[in-house]
Design a protein around this ligand. Sequence first.
Ligand code: DXP
Ligand SMILES: NCC(=O)COP(=O)(O)O
Length: 249
Amino acid sequence: MSEPALRLGVNIDHVATVRNARGGAYPDPLRAAKLAQEAGADGITAHLREDRRHISDADIEGLMATLSLPLNFEMAATDEMQAIALRHRPHAVCIVPERREERTTEGGLEVAREENRLAHFIAPLREAGCRVSIFIAADSKQIEAAHRIGAQVIELHTGAYCDAHAEERFEERDAELARLTEMATFAHSLGLEVHAGHGLTYDTVQPVAALPEVRELNIGHFLVGEAIFRGLDPAIREMRRLMDDARAA
Ligand SMILES: CC(=O)[C@@H](O)[C@H](O)COP(=O)(O)O
Ligand SMILES: NCC(=O)COP(=O)(O)O
């Protein structure tokens, strides 16, 4: 079967957030991952935060043992996380910035200022066969740096675009979209595979899905929220439909 032009990676972090609110085992992120696969996801994304506020080490082990979809393992650039990634060797490792006190991943990784360290950090991950992705803002300096350190993929942070839409700052939203558009083209011209994600919803997904250079969208928080109202399977299928329609238009 040929690969879809635009892949959907379903992020299951916030299934774990709900589970962790009470401890115990319910709802199970692995069950969500299996359901996502049946609903048309092309991959699963999970972020093992240093503070383990949602996904746990056991979740990653379970995903690696049972999942037949590729796992996009999001992690900070720390020795602990590198060791975990090298033990599991997921399909992709996405390096993200982390600040302990943040509510969510608020910005992209500062690659340009940490080029040397990050080049050494990702080398063993690449050697282990993981595709290395860097989660960054739509900024040419960061994209060039990601390219120089040897990343194969960049994921553009769509949070600013989504926040501007949600807060009805439409001029700013359009400017953010223009930036994402220009930087997706730029990254592609360097030979990087382009992904995008963070904060995407049914209202914001289509303009990003329509960008021809974007090969994968990673979407989680909105889908888990929407699942409360319509169920996870229909919530994912609707996202898939919107993405496919935007791509076909
Ligand atoms: C890097 C990223 O964007 C994801 O990990 C996602 O936002 C879900 O996790 P958080 O809500 O913990 O940031
Ligand atoms: N890397 C972004 C991601 O995996 C999903 O982000 P969100 O949809 O949970 O905000």
